[in-house]
Design a protein around this ligand. Sequence first.
Ligand code: ADP
Ligand code: MG
Length: 253
Amino acid sequence: MASTLLQIENLNKSFGRVQAAVNINLTLEEGVLTSVIGPNGAGKSTLINMLSGSLPADSGRIVFQGMDITNMPIHRRVRLGLSRSFQVVNVFPEMTVFDNIQLPALAVRNRSRRLFGSLANETAVHREVNEILELIGLSAEAGTTASALSHGDERVLEVGIAMAARPKLLFLDEPTAGMNPLERERVLKNIRRLSEQGRTTFVIVEHDMDIVFSLSQRVIVLHYGEVIGDGTTAEVKSNSRVREVYLGEEVAA
Ligand code: ADP
Ligand code: MG
C-alpha cells in the first residue's frame, strides 16, 4: 500500500475577485505519477506555487509527510524533499551536462559528509550522476557543454538536475513548454521511467491530452480553481463535468 506524501486541506487562494483555488482537498500518494490539467487560468500554476512555497495560501493546510508546511519557506520545503523543477534548477550553460548534474548531487551529499569519507563520497556521486544520465537518456551527452544541447535536451537536463537533489516529490509545471511533439514525448517517457524507478513522485502540468492520458496514473482536473475531476485516465475521460469543460474535444476517446 502506497503511503501518503502530501495532504492538501481546504486550500484557498484569490487574486482580487478571481478565485484561483477553491477549497482544494487532495491527497497525493507516493509513487503515483499524477497530471494536473485544466484550461488556461484554471489555477494549475497557483496550486503548484502554493504547494512548493512560492505563493502563500489564503487559508487551508498543506501537510508533507505528516509535517505542516503551510507556512514553510521554499528552501526548507526543498530540504524536506519537496521541490518544483525550476526552483532547484539552474543550468550552467558553460558547464558540461555531467557537471551540471554533479553540482546539486554534491550539494546534497555534503550535508551528510560526516557520514561518508570524501573519496567514497566522490565515487558515490559519480555513480549517481551516471545513473541519472542514463535514466534521462543523456549518457552520450555527458561531456557536452550544456549550451550545445537542443532545447528539448536542455529541458531533460533540467529534470536531471532536479533529480540530483533527490526530491521525494517533484512538481513540473509544463516541463515540455516550447518543445516539438517528438521531444515532448521523449521527455515524458523519461519522466515515466524515472517515476517507475520509485525514488521520486512526480506531479506534472501538461497540455498534450494524448500524452497526459497515456502517461498518468492519476489525473486531477481543475476548472476556475476547483477540482472537477480526479481519478484514473478512464475515470476522468468519462467524467461528464470534465467532458463539458473540454467540449468533448480533447477528452473524446
Ligand atoms: P493556470 O496555470 O491553470 O493557467 P494560474 O494558476 O496561472 O492558471 O491562474 C489562475 C487564475 O489566477 C487566473 O485567472 C489568473 O489570471 C489568476 N492569477 C494567477 N496569478 C496571479 C497574480 N499573481 N495576480 C493576479 N491574478 C493572478
Ligand atoms: Mg500555468
